[in-house]
Design a protein around this ligand. Structure first.
Ligand code: GDP
Ligand code: MG
Length: 166
């Protein structure tokens, strides 16, 4: 299997951290500051199961009044046109109002989506994870929903398997 995989989500959810840890190298800049990733960053991972071309994207920004944000959103949106799989990251168990807009973009793109709840290392109440997953599955036909910690490498092997199998 071989395919293009887009990492999308709001700023600071951990897209670049995930990209680096999946690849095992520091390719993308990670930071606490939003707008760190300004361009599409490509990385290739080859395993026995196949090859994936990962595309780290700038976050999808709510405030389109700023020229930079409009540019970053365009870059993130156009990425959706040329990929096979989308990995959509959330920061913990939380939908931002702007995530509804991301839903619409994904529906239009009609691509298989894996929802990744990142930063689970910060979640104390583990039962809440399952409740949130049920809610998410009702909102959108996600192919998989998976809790991970990009920072601590939790569940990244499983995520990689799921990506390679799509
Ligand atoms: P991006 O804007 O979506 O690319 O986010 P970054 O990868 O630059 O990460 C934003 C911030 O979240 C950084 O300070 C990261 O260290 C932090 N971060 C990323 N993944 C995790 C995680 O799994 N757990 C925790 N606690 N922090 C994380
Ligand atoms: Mg980034």
């Amino acid at each position: 299997n071989c395919g293009y995989v887009a990492l999308i989500g709001r700023p600071n959810v951990g897209k670049s951290t995930l990209m680096n840890h999946l690849l095992g190298q520091k390719l993308s800049i990670t930071s606490r500051k939003p707008q760190t990733t300004r361009h599409r960053i490509l990385g290739i991972k080859t395993t026995a199961a196949g090859q994936a071309i990962f595309m780290d994207t700038p976050g999808m920004h709510q405030d389109e009044k700023k020229v930079l944000n409009r540019y970053l959103n365009k870059t993130a949106d156009s990425t959706l046109l040329g990929v096979d799989v989308v990995v959509w990251l959330l920061d913990g168990l939380y939908w931002h109002e702007y995530d509804e807009k991301i839903f619409k973009k994904l529906e239009r793109a009609g691509l298989p989506v894996i929802l990744v709840v990142n930063k689970v290392d910060k979640i104390k109440e583990k039962d809440a994870v399952l409740r949130f997953f049920a809610e998410a599955q009702a909102k959108y036909p996600f192919r998989h929903i998976l809790p991970v910690s990009a920072l601590r490498n939790t569940n990244l092997d499983l995520l990689e398997q799921q990506i390679m199998a799509l």
